[in-house]
Design a protein around this ligand. Structure first.
Ligand SMILES: [Fe+2]
Length: 247
């Protein structure tokens, strides 16, 4: 009978990104954070085997048209057709492969297909605004969709959110989920948006802004935008602490 071996597997630990990369938990200009931010110091829970293993999010769960939001109904949605592509990278620049990337967004008029979104902009019968895909061997993802419109919210007088697409990325397990937002270059609404401006570091804010990419633009078809997501390290993307409730 052999000697029992100790489990020497090294579990990944949380790493902290540099100060200013993420918004403070309480951002007074972003009104609802006052109601939901923790009032007590956070307790860091070490990751256990349960958190770093299954369920595996494999290709069997992804439909053929899940990454093309313009072909999920009988007709095409209204709006500017765009291709959004980029790479999911770790802090050392290595691709994160076979990772589930999900998006959700408003339609071209700035309205979500959501029961609580009632502002007077029309729903589009040909647009649900949700998509998902897996990253490939190079960590690359690609979506075809339409450019979302700006929408009003009641955070402050005459408040409008800049056009944005919500992103969720998973690691190899369901508890490894991060959420962020992608913006579009030169949006005139950046200056008055408290969510965008809750990120203290200017360079971190700019990493949420996609890059217009003529090389990804398809002639006579769609504009191309590139948006890389970096999981941690100096060039880390900004991640929401929880899904925003601005809808
Ligand atoms: Fe939103």
């Amino acid at each position: 009978m052999g000697t029992p071996t100790r489990n020497t597997q090294r579990l990944p630990q949380y790493l902290r990104d540099p100060d200013g990369t993420h918004p403070p938990l309480d951002s007074p200009c972003y009104g609802s954070t006052a109601l939901r931010h923790p009032k007590q110091p956070l307790v860091l829970l070490p990751q256990m085997l349960t958190e770093v293993t299954g369920p595996v999010l494999g290709p069997g769960r992804i439909g053929e048209l899940d990454n093309d939001l313009t072909r999920q109904h009988a007709g095409e949605p209204q709006g500017q057709r765009i291709i959004v592509t980029g790479r999911l990278l770790d802090g050392d620049g290595r691709p994160v492969r076979n990772s589930l990337v999900e998006i959700w967004q408003a339609n071209a008029g700035g309205r979500y297909r959501h029961a609580l979104d009632r502002w007077p902009s029309p729903l589009d019968p040909n647009f649900d605004g949700v998509g998902r895909t897996l990253t490939d061997h190079d960590g690359r993802y690609e979506f075809t969709t339409i450019k979302p419109g700006a929408y009003p919210w009641k955070n402050h007088d005459n408040a409008w959110r800049p056009a944005h697409i919500h992103f969720s990325v998973f690691g190899s397990a369901f508890t490894q989920r991060l959420v962020t937002q992608m913006y579009f270059p030169d949006d005139p609404l950046f200056s008055q948006d408290p969510i965008f401006n809750s990120i203290p570091d200017e360079k971190a804010r700019q990493r949420m802004v996609s890059r217009f990419d003529l090389s990804r633009t398809v002639e006579q078809w769609a504009l191309g935008f590139e948006f890389d997501i970096v999981l941690r390290g100096r060039d880390a993307s900004v991640f929401d602490d929880e899904e925003e409730d601005d809808e």
